[in-house]
Design a protein around this ligand. Structure first.
Ligand SMILES: NC(=O)c1ccc[n+]([C@@H]2O[C@H](COP(=O)([O-])OP(=O)(O)OC[C@H]3O[C@@H](n4cnc5c(N)ncnc54)[C@H](O)[C@@H]3O)[C@@H](O)[C@H]2O)c1
Length: 259
């Protein structure tokens, strides 16, 4: 296979959760550019309409699916609608997630902890499980889990986000487990650990000068990243270029973890 073929997603069907904004929007766009049809899922209907336009403008099929990933029934429905619309599911960007209002553990209400874990961890589990049901029967597929550098480290050098970090840490281990469990089925499960990327997460903190003043010195490159700086890795993990990779977690973080 030539270089272009290895990275092509032509004829594939991708499902992106959290597709209405930030990294998810970029993943959906990347899939369309690589030739895939894209099912775009999110709770934000306005944002969904916009991402569907982005995908169709690139000549690919797109559908919008309103889905709260923390609701098991809605996740089942999301995968069913994807398969109904496009015939199958080849690639899942298991990406939807929410940030935590910084709060140390001794001040954190149980309800806030549970809400975060329900979305960032349980949601990712529901999405992986439903996608795997389709992929296992076909003995092929790619799952890309969006974790975080804070799945590897504590965050209190900047702000305390214990529920978020716990969810992402569990996602790192889940990525490892899914990677090895489904390798014999021809399914590649890998993860991306972004550092500080300019999106809407954390109430647009990456646009807050005070937050930037504290965050950027922690990054050897001295700046936050942009969603498009994860594009190459996203395509690698969604395409046949990752055919011998499973359970791998790759940071895109300007050197944050390497310090
Ligand atoms: N931006 C960063 O610096 C950064 C760093 C590490 C990890 N991440 C991870 O990247 C992923 C994407 O975040 P982003 O930075 O693009 O933020 P974002 O806020 O721009 O996008 C997140 C999207 O997820 C959607 N969403 C939130 N809760 C949902 C739910 N319950 N069901 C379905 N959709 C839901 C939102 O509506 C939004 O469209 C998240 O998992 C996040 O934890 C981001």
């Amino acid at each position: 296979m030539g270089f272009a073929d290895i990275f092509s997603c032509k004829g594939k069907v991708a499902l992106v959760t959290g597709a209405a904004s930030g990294l998810g929007l970029m993943f959906a766009e990347t899939m369309a550019e690589a030739g895939a049809d894209v099912a775009c899922a999110d709770i934000d209907e306005q944002g969904l309409a916009e991402v569907v336009e982005v995908v169709t403008a690139k000549g690919q099929g797109a559908i919008a699916i309103k889905c709260d990933v923390s609701k098991e029934v809605e996740v089942k429905d999301m995968v069913r609608k994807t398969v109904e619309a496009f015939g199958t599911l080849d690639i899942l960007f298991n990406n939807a997630g929410t940030g935590q209002v910084p709060t140390p553990v001794h001040e954190l209400e149980t309800e806030e902890w549970k809400q975060l874990i329900d979305i960032d961890l349980h949601g990712a589990f529901y999405c992986a499980r439903e996608a795997l049901k389709v992929m296992v029967s076909r003995r092929s597929g790619k799952i890309i889990i969006t974790s975080s550098v804070w799945g590897w480290t504590g965050s209190s050098a900047l702000q305390s986000c214990p529920a978020y970090n716990a969810a992402k840490g569990a996602l790192n281990t889940l990525t490892r487990e899914l990677g090895i469990c489904y390798a014999p089925y021809g399914i590649n499960v890998n993860g991306i650990c972004p550092g500080f990327i300019k999106t809407k997460i954390g109430n647009n903190c990456s646009e807050d000068p005070e937050w930037l003043e504290q965050a950027t010195p922690l990054v050897p490159m001295g700046r936050v990243g942009l969603p498009e700086e994860l594009k190459g890795l996203a395509l690698l993990l969604a395409s046949d270029a990752c055919s011998y990779m499973c359970g791998e977690l790759i940071a895109v973080d300007g050197g944050y973890l390497a310090r």
